[in-house]
Design a protein around this ligand. Structure first.
Ligand code: PLP
Length: 402
């Protein structure tokens, strides 16, 4: 790995904050402080329980919930699965589900699973900016809708959805709404008292906490069925000994994010504007997604005449880590066009030519300027090599034919 690498892929994961690591260490080392099982009655168990409950309080505060409404999971994927499958199982007489066309696979594939066992799934489309219309979403809701799901902010193009309006439409019709807030938590102000969602998923590693731990907010009074069975931890909804060190790290990351949100947003937005202005100054480079209704750290760039994976690898060789599509799609889905970009009306060629640049709280204007220089070099070189770039789109006349 290059020494002076600049990390610009914070939507995929964020580096662990040093303060979070410090908070976690005693619980990883064990000894007198920790290593207890929070379900045990002895002193190490009690210490672990206290640490877990303190962390729960910090996570709750980040989203405006009460600690009783937060349960720890192994991450965003599990939280999304538990919400979608758990809400469906809680009203077995209803066999209809509504999701948007731009959901993360953790929601999309959970809904696909429900379809495979007999549910009808309505997928609500988005506009060219990746935004859902609350009216169209509301129209899809039916008396037999077991649950609906909308993400707060999109992991690819950063589109911030009208979650409040969607949640109100669901509330009026008595349909439980799950909100995937994995990308939004810690980046946008969040208050579940203003957004009447039933459940909301968050993940620690998107906000400078450790990987492999997340949380599901379950509004008081909302009924969910568990999908994991065992010792009944986390209110019976997520059995299994809790990841205490992970939860402590998540709690500390949530506490820091809540306190630093404004400052982080201000800095990130400044860097983002610099990236967008610099990158789109090159011919054939455009910003995907809505210019304003987007995450403050996300620049999703469509680069005409360039194949995204080649560009990502070129930039990587120059010391800049950026994303192509979404992190989850890069390895597991093979070489498929992003369903999010296709849902926004782009064709396959356009969808294959987009990179995602997501800044974080430690990036600097100098790093961004270095990135822009590397971007310009890489794009120019790749276009020179491309047999198609700059050539007319019309078929070439074959001699002898008119
Ligand atoms: N939902 C969204 C919007 C995401 O961006 C991600 C991760 O990329 C997930 C869910 C899954 O979260 P995790 O990686 O914690 O399983």
């Amino acid at each position: 790995m290059q020494e002076s690498r600049v990390y610009l892929d914070h939507a995929a994961t964020t580096p662990l904050d040093g303060r979070v690591l410090e908070a976690m260490l005693p619980h990883l080392r064990g000894g007198a402080f920790g290593a207890g099982n929070p379900s045990s009655l002895h002193a190490p168990g009690v210490a672990a329980r206290e640490a877990l409950e303190e962390a729960r309080g910090f996570v709750a505060r980040l989203v405006g919930a009460t600690p009783e409404e937060i349960l720890f999971t192994s991450g965003g994927t599990e939280s999304d699965n538990l919400a979608v499958l758990g809400l469906a199982a809680a009203s077995p007489e209803k066999k209809h589900v509504v999701v948007t066309a731009v959901e993360h696979p953790a929601v999309r594939n959970a809904a696909a699973h429900l379809r495979s066992v007999g549910y009808e799934v309505t997928t609500v489309g988005v506009d060219a900016d990746g935004l859902v219309s609350p009216d169209r979403f509301a129209e899809a809701l039916r008396p037999d809708t077991a649950l609906a799901a909308v993400m707060w902010a999109n992991n690819e193009v950063g589109a911030v959805q009208p979650v409040e309006e969607v949640a109100r439409a669901c509330e009026e019709r008595g349909v439980p709404l799950h909100v995937d807030a994995v990308q939004a938590a810690g980046r946008l102000p969040m208050d579940v008292s203003r957004v009447p969602a039933s459940t909301l998923a968050i993940s620690s590693h998107k906000l400078y906490g450790p990987q492999g731990v997340g949380a599901l907010y379950v509004r008081a009074g909302v009924h969910l069925e568990p999908v994991v069975f065992g010792g009944g931890q986390e209110g019976g909804l997520r059995s299994g000994t809790e990841n205490v060190a992970g939860a402590v790290g998540f709690g500390e990351a949530a506490r820091l994010a809540a306190g630093e949100l404004e400052e982080r947003t201000r800095r990130e937005r400044g860097l983002l504007e610099r990236i967008v202005a610099g990158a789109t100054a090159l011919p054939g480079v455009r910003l995907n997604g809505h210019p304003e209704k987007r995450l403050p750290n996300n620049a999703h760039l469509r680069v005409e005449g360039v194949e995204a994976e080649g560009l990502v690898l070129f930039l990587d060789a120059l010391g800049y880590a950026v994303g192509s599509g979404s992190a989850c799609a890069s390895h597991s889905a093979g070489h498929k066009a992003s369903p999010v970009l296709l849902a926004m009306g782009q064709n396959e060629r356009e969808a294959f030519s987009a990179i995602r640049v997501t800044v974080g709280k430690s990036n600097t204007p100098e790093e961004v300027d270095g990135f822009l220089e590397a971007f310009c070099t890489a794009v120019t070189k790749l276009r020179e090599l491309s047999p198609l770039y700059g050539k007319p789109a019309s078929p070439v006349a074959i001699s002898g034919q008119q």
